[in-house]
Design a protein around this ligand. Structure first.
Ligand SMILES: Cc1cc2nc3c(=O)[nH]c(=O)nc-3n(C[C@H](O)[C@H](O)[C@H](O)COP(=O)(O)OP(=O)(O)OC[C@H]3O[C@@H](n4cnc5c(N)ncnc54)[C@H](O)[C@@H]3O)c2cc1C
Length: 448
């Protein structure tokens, strides 16, 4: 366990676990960490404690973060609104060297005539957004959070319970046990003893503990699930053609394929290699088969599914699998606690909207909390949390509907659906007024 920002580690930090905070964040993934940064900037007088089950690796500004569940092998298409938020946090200059702008979006349907192209210059924007490796986001965001004096980050600390009372919420947590080598806190020690639980109280707890949030259950909040029966294979590929800042979304009857531009890999004495991020959604059994293929066979199958618009796939990296579902919690707040990020809604990545939507939730939440502080009100006040929920309803519903209908409309080989979507795509490409409207949604890249 590492206690921050004072740098105490191990046993010293275990002894220093706080008992009280103004606000507790459960989960140090992209959403929990970003919320911590937003709170530190907007409300620096709040004492915030962030609890993360995994131990964060040592940070090296020259290297992407080694694997953590929250900052993993994925890449994230950051919308213009998200970039603005990181700019306002003063972090964009550190993120930008690792980001690749998207100037063109190309949407197609395999084996059919429909095709839509979006061009940033035609929409009068510099880019639709930027693609970033999560591992680089992790290095920059975590280093920035460590510098925030109002936020204490406790990693290697697993929350084991959450309950609310009239005037506070309370989390139970266990810190990493000496014998635990899993990287997850809360394991038994070498002698098989369960670690002792510690209780932390705050007027408000925000749970950003992911799609399978235990906090959601502890708070008695329900979730509705739709299993898409698909798994996304995520990897980095090299292609023979330069990416020309183009993001491809290619629909196939088996599932969508997204190919996003990444920074080139400099070659020692060779021309730089074009790198792209691949998210290939397939029926789960098929994804398992394809994931296990040798690199050359994987590249050949990908070539058949994607076509030759990016040139030849000359190299493929390690593949990671993500089962895909839509999960939505219709109610996201109770007095003194709320769920945020994937704990509140988790989408199919087809449109690259998930994190961008979560970040807009976080921005609005921080504004509501700032108003509470300004009014001298209680942070966990039920009416104010309900107002936050109400303020987020429309944006969440629109994005969820949009990405769900893309998956369901395009992941089908039914001839009627196929004809309809191709007329839609072709018509869209020809219809001048349609582009700016879709450009705002396409791949989550231009939402303002
Ligand atoms: C393949 C794929 C591609 C995607 N691409 C995009 C994209 O291009 N653009 C976009 O906007 N979005 C994208 N998304 C969505 C985006 O990745 C998620 O919305 C985002 O990662 C959610 O982050 P989170 O912090 O809410 O959850 P998580 O990343 O799941 O983090 C939850 C954290 O909580 C911790 N935790 C869990 N339980 C406990 C506990 N009991 N105690 C303490 N800590 C706990 C976990 O260890 C973890 O670190 C994509 C998703 C997928 C699957």
């Amino acid at each position: 366990m590492t206690a921050r920002p004072d740098g105490t580690t191990g046993e010293a930090a275990a002894a220093a676990l706080p008992g009280q905070a103004d606000l507790v964040i459960v989960g140090g993934g992209m959403v929990g960490v970003t919320l911590g940064l937003l709170l530190a900037q907007r409300l620096p007088a709040l004492r915030v404690v962030l609890l993360e089950a995994t131990r964060f690796p040592a940070l090296d500004p020259e290297r992407p973060l080694p694997y953590t569940p929250g900052f993993d092998a994925r890449n994230t298409a950051l919308s213009r609104r998200t970039i603005q938020a990181f700019t306002d946090l003063g972090l964009w200059p550190q993120l930008q060297p690792h980001a690749t702008p998207i100037h063109h979006i190309h949407v197609s349907d395999r084996g059919h005539f429909g095709l839509a192209r979006l061009n940033a210059a035609e929409e009068n924007v510099e880019s639709f957004g930027q693609v970033m490796e999560n591992a680089w986001l992790g290095v920059v965001l975590l280093a920035a959070l460590k510098r925030c004096p109002s936020v204490t980050v406790l990693d290697g600390v697993r929350v084991t319970g959450l309950r609310t009372a009239a005037d506070h919420a309370e989390v139970s947590l266990v810190a990493g046990a000496p014998g635990d080598r899993s990287g997850q806190a809360g394991g038994e020690d070498a002698a098989g003893r369960a670690p002792e639980a510690h209780v932390l109280r705050a007027p408000l707890v925000v749970a950003a503990d992911g799609t399978h949030s235990r906090s959601r259950d502890w708070l008695g909040l329900s979730a509705s699930w739709r299993d898409y029966g698909q798994t996304a294979l995520v990897t980095t590929v090299a292609t023979s053609l330069p990416h020309a800042h183009t993001a491809y979304e290619r629909f196939t009857g088996d599932g969508p394929i997204a190919l996003l531009p990444l920074p080139d890999e400099p070659g020692a004495g060779q021309p730089p290699q074009t790198r792209r991020s691949l998210v290939w959604a397939l029926a789960t059994a098929e994804a398992e088969r394809v994931q296990a293929l040798p690199d050359a066979d994987f590249a050949a199958e990908l070539q058949r599914a994607f076509g030759r618009r990016a040139g030849r796939f000359t190299r493929v990296g390690r593949r990671h699998a993500y089962p895909l579902q839509l999960m939505v919690a219709p109610q996201q707040a109770v007095p003194r606690a709320l769920i945020l990020g994937n704990a509140a809604h988790s989408l199919h990545p087809v449109a690259g909207q998930g994190f961008n939507l979560c970040l807009r939730d976080a921005l609005v939440l921080v504004e509501h909390l700032a108003a509470a502080v300004r009014d001298g009100a209680d942070l966990g006040d039920a009416a104010r949390l309900r107002a936050y929920e109400a303020a987020r309803q429309q944006d969440q519903a629109q994005i969820i509907r949009f990405s769900d209908s893309l998956v369901r409309g395009f992941s089908s080989n039914h001839p009627a659906l196929s004809l309809l979507r191709n007329i839609g795509l072709a018509g869209f490409d020809l219809m001048p007024g349609a582009k700016p409207a879709l450009a705002r949604y396409a791949m989550g890249l231009s939402h303002v």
